[in-house]
Design a protein around this ligand. Structure first.
Ligand code: CTP
Ligand code: MG
Length: 234
């Protein structure tokens, strides 16, 4: 197996508020994207990282990667992204060399995933799983509702049993050919890559995720991410 990581980093970060594209925002002085690339490169299994940059930001991202230290063994490429996460991942997959047989897809917005989580996903793929997702149990009870306009009360339709639910993270790991086929076949809007593989009827398995693999989405997440980094350095 030769494993590459595709890092979609082309999003604007609307929920984070105005400013630079989310992946380029600094966490304790270093761009979020660099933390995410280092998190993938920390796994000895990952030999190549493909970063999917904001559509007009590929030269800037290439420059960031050239000027921040990465392990000697890690090769990297930068390609411009698309309108949706799905399209960005597909563009990243198109940039993979032929000898790559396993792919991790990792959100730039999850900069702090520990290497043990990355390695657990890689190992499950090497053991023969076609699709592997790290996930954690939910703290909150979840209600299915009938969506209404913002500010309006929403009728509850159902309360799924929390014990059977998982919050899904990245990196998600795949057999390369299966993921490429999923991206070529599935056209519905989805929020993760594994659900596209599910739609092919292929099995997807969950391995334990990690609380530090949370996604930086809203302003409070920046506070948490910087606190986690400060704790690591202490
Ligand atoms: N992403 C991407 N291309 C897009 C949209 C998103 O590569 N067209 C990436 C983001 O850069 C991020 C990951 O997909 O690393 C997860 O998406 P999300 O957390 O939703 O980031 P954004 O789309 O940037 O944020 P928002 O939805 O708040 O605008
Ligand atoms: Mg988004």
């Amino acid at each position: 197996t030769r494993t590459a990581a595709v890092i979609p980093a082309a999003g604007r970060g609307v929920r984070l508020g105005p400013g630079a594209p989310k992946a380029l925002r600094a966490l304790n002085g270093t761009p979020m994207l660099i933390h995410a690339v280092r998190a993938m490169a920390a796994s000895r299994a990952v030999s190549l990282v493909v970063v999917v940059a904001p559509p007009d930001g590929a030269p800037e991202v290439k420059n960031l990667l050239d000027t921040h230290a990465l392990p000697e063994r890690t090769d990297y490429r930068v390609v411009p992204g698309g309108e949706t996460r799905q399209e960005s991942v597909r563009l990243g997959l198109e940039a993979l060399p032929d000898d790559i047989t396993a792919v991790l897809v990792h959100d730039a917005a999850r900069p702090l995933v520990p290497v043990d989580t990355v390695d657990a996903v890689v190992e499950a793929v090497r053991d023969g799983a076609v699709a592997v997702v790290p996930a954690v149990p939910l703290a909150d009870t979840v209600k299915q509702v009938e969506p209404r306009e913002k500010g309006e009360a929403e009728p509850v339709l159902a309360t799924p049993d929390r014990a059977t639910l998982r919050a899904v993270q990245t990196p998600q790991g795949f057999d390369r050919d299966t993921l490429v086929r999923a991206h070529a076949t599935v056209t519905d809007n989805v929020t993760d890559d594994a659900s596209m593989v599910e739609q092919l009827g292929e099995p997807v398995v969950v391995v334990p995720g990690h609380e530090e693999a949370f996604k930086v989405t809203r302003p409070l997440d920046l506070v948490l991410a910087e606190a986690v980094l400060a704790r690591r350095r202490a």
